[in-house]
Design a protein around this ligand. Structure first.
Ligand code: OAD
Ligand code: ZN
Length: 247
């Protein structure tokens, strides 16, 4: 796929770039997405698992699912989309990742500035006293409990819960102040996260969408590349570095 010359020209002038990412950026790392073809929510209903009531009703089942997902994530590696975003940190004043993913792959790829809107599967906390548990939890005696007796849950945002305020505010500020806003591998239907695209658009940022199919946001995107993130992002920044003489 040909990369638009006008986008490369805009990249050359850009100081601050935001990468707003969703499950699709990790699809090439073999982590299943939620929606779209092969999406998990096609088979499982999020309300059966990803909410606090479901956890209180059946913590074993919810933990089983998160442990399954955690195992897939631990066995996976960042792909060319994640590593490209990390590599270009040297070329721009500011590269900020705002991710809906809980898989930690941006950090493992080497990205430094990351706002995690939906938490991180490597952390857990007590529902009672909010104490954090980072180490591997022991499930030998059932669902792990805190010193205070409270159940320990994964530090991920469930349906009906607030996003971590510091992360959301950081992401919002980044969206409002960037020159170019890439939306990569997200169906852009889950709010308030998806609202950041409008924040960037309203503030005048150039919106670049990378997704294997058109989405709810395609109509406001200045550029839409319907290709795999792991193919198109390296191509865009190869063209950029070639034309900027950085090779
Ligand atoms: P979705 O699963 O809703 O969307 C994934 C998107 O990635 C789809 O639009 C796919 O077309 C696209 N996609 C798949 N493979 C791709 C590839 N190789 N390259 C580029 N795009 C690809 O994931 P999110 O938008 O992240 O929330 O979903 C948002 C939130 O809904 C998630 O954070 C999660 C979920 O419920 C919570 O768990 C709180
Ligand atoms: Zn506790």
């Amino acid at each position: 796929m040909e990369i638009d010359k006008s986008l490369i020209a805009e990249l050359k002038k850009a100081k601050s770039i935001v990468f707003f990412t969703g499950a699709g950026i990790s699809a090439e790392s073999s982590i299943p997405t939620f929606r779209g073809k092969d999406g998990i929510w096609n088979k499982l209903k999020p309300e059966e698992l990803a909410n606090f009531d479901a956890f209180m009703k059946n913590p074993e089942m919810v933990w089983e699912w998160y442990n399954h997902r955690k195992k897939i994530i631990q066995e996976s590696q960042p792909n060319r989309a994640h590593t490209t975003i990390a590599e270009i940190q040297n070329y721009f004043d500011e590269i900020i990742v705002v991710t809906q993913n809980i898989d930690n792959l941006h950090r493992r790829a080497g990205s430094k500035k990351i706002f995690e809107l939906h938490g991180n599967i490597e952390r857990n906390y007590c529902i009672n006293c909010k104490e954090f548990y980072i180490e591997n939890l022991d499930f030998s005696a059932g669902v792990p409990k805190c010193k205070c007796g409270g159940l320990i849950r994964p530090d991920v945002v469930w349906f009906g819960e607030y996003l971590p305020m510091d992360q959301f505010n950081g992401g919002e500020k980044a969206a409002a102040n960037c020159d170019i806003f890439f939306a990569v591998g997200t169906s852009a239907v889950v709010y308030p996260a998806a609202g950041l695209i409008n924040v960037a658009h309203t503030a005048g940022a150039t919106i670049v969408e990378v997704n294997i199919e058109e989405t709810a946001l395609s109509h406001i995107a200045n550029y839409t590349y319907t290709r795999k993130a792991g193919e198109i992002l390296p191509q865009i920044f190869n063209d950029y570095s070639g034309s900027a003489g950085l090779n």
